[in-house]
Design a protein around this ligand. Structure first.
Ligand SMILES: [Zn+2]
Length: 96
């Protein structure tokens, strides 16, 4: 066999010899940071996926749902009303 089998890399579409690393992808891998284990991530990446203590829920909703954010206001209003109704009923039972 004089010619090695070659295939197109599905990721970068470079021609790669079978059994050898893709030149395009291996170059990319060298330039990027070495992959860390999920439990070895540094503190700067913490809170990237999980909500942090100062997580802004309203901002998150606005970003996630964009134009639909007005639903948030209605829901909030509804829950405030419910909270006030429950609280006033509770207070009325104690003091009333
Ligand atoms: Zn590749």
């Amino acid at each position: 066999m004089s010619k090695a089998l070659r295939y197109l890399c599905p990721f970068c579409e470079a021609e790669v010899a079978v059994g050898k690393p893709c030149p395009g992808c291996s170059k990319k891998a060298k330039n990027s940071k070495p992959a860390k284990k999920s439990w070895e991530q540094d503190s700067s990446s913490e809170g990237l996926d999980l909500p942090s203590a100062d997580f802004d829920y309203d901002d998150f909703i606005a970003r996630e749902f964009g134009e639909a954010s007005h639903h948030k206001t209605g829901l909030k209003w509804y829950w405030w009303l419910l909270a006030i109704a429950v609280l006033s009923a509770f207070v009325y039972r104690i003091f009333g």
